[in-house]
Design a protein around this ligand. Structure first.
Ligand code: ADP
Length: 316
């Protein structure tokens, strides 16, 4: 069975149903990716979530949710001083969504400090993949970021494939220069990168997906998937580039987690022996299904209806 470590934050989500009535769920970029990766691969993958929560009731529920999704929670550390981050999604009378976050002092920020005290490299090995994002980086202190890069170097030397999605969130970085410096370090250590073109337009001034490809090739990334919404992806692997289209949808309902679900589907495909192109095709089918539904994570029942039509073997 393949071993995957996914590092970052899962938050409490409060989604407005009607005025002053909210549905509570759990979500966060890397958590969304973990869920879609695991759901896509069923028995064949062991996914360990590396993070931290508190010792409160909501933290217990978050861990129970990970376990419900069959994610391994043995690397989710408990902070005695912090609780999970929270965000609220409100929808105005025009259907326009807005997000408000309470994550400045979330427990996940302490993940690596707690891992240093209570965990060990041996708990991470053996592993096939270590997955993290620009958000996982952004929430760390500068010292913990340095520690993370050193840890990733050690994992890489042990043969673990490093996978990175920049997921640029300007509000989480004090300035763009610091963010670029950290992303460049992350890319230079990555075997597979899954950037969105929009992120690179804002952060690096890239004009096209080809610009992003060229930039990451320069940094030595061997497998690159540049996502560009409904325009599909530009991929690169084994020294060759390729295009893979998005799957058109009748009506876009909610683009939350389009990129995260694509990443989960892509990883699952690759870890189950699909080619980069076939993995993109599966991932695009999954992401198009996700944008046709509300919220980051579709229900298990909705996912079953998707996998009744498309699964990894459809594309192998
Ligand atoms: P990111 O948020 O990481 O930048 P994208 O917005 O590019 O990711 O979306 C990831 C994938 O989701 C796309 O490559 C595509 O397959 C799918 N997707 C996103 N928006 C749409 C859409 N409007 N219609 C169909 N597929 C979409």
């Amino acid at each position: 069975m393949k071993q995957v470590i996914i590092f970052g934050e899962c938050m409490v989500e409060l989604f407005q149903l009607v005025d002053n009535v909210y549905h509570q769920a759990f979500a966060g970029d890397v958590y969304n990716t973990a869920v879609y990766c695991k759901r896509s691969a069923a028995q064949q993958l062991n996914l360990k979530f590396l993070s931290a929560v508190g010792t409160d009731l909501v933290s217990d529920k978050l861990i129970a949710q990970l376990e419900q999704e069959k994610l391994d929670s043995s690397l989710v550390f408990r902070s005695k001083t912090a609780r999970p981050g929270l965000y609220m999604i409100n929808t105005d009378c025009f259907g326009e969504r807005s997000f408000v976050y309470w994550r400045d002092s979330s427990a996940a920020k302490q993940s690596l400090a707690l891992f240093r005290q209570q965990g060990s490299l041996a708990q991470l090995l053996p592993a096939d993949v270590f997955y993290f994002s620009g958000i996982s980086l952004a929430i760390l202190s500068p010292e913990d970021r340095t520690y993370l890069f050193d840890l990733i170097k050690e994992l890489k030397q042990s043969g673990v494939q490093i996978v990175f999605d920049p997921n640029y969130r300007p509000a989480l970085w004090p300035d763009a220069d610091l963010c670029r410096a950290n992303f460049d370090k992350a890319y230079a250590l990555s075997d597979l990168a899954l950037p969105g073109l929009d992120d690179h337009k804002v952060l690096y001034g890239s004009a096209t997906a080809a610009d992003v490809l060229a930039q990451l090739q320069q940094l030595g990334v061997k497998e690159i998937i540049v996502k560009n919404g409904p325009a599909g992806v530009l991929g690169y692997s084994d020294g060759k580039s390729f295009q893979s289209p998005a799957v058109p949808v009748k009506k876009v309902i909610d683009t939350t987690a389009a990129g995260d679900s694509f990443n989960g589907g892509y990883l699952s495909g690759r870890l189950n022996g699909l080619s980069p192109l076939a993995s993109c095709q599966y991932a695009a089918a999954l992401a198009s299904f996700v944008v046709e539904h509300t919220g980051a994570i579709v229900t298990k029942e909705q996912f079953r209806s998707f996998s009744g039509r498309f699964n990894l073997s459809t594309f192998s």
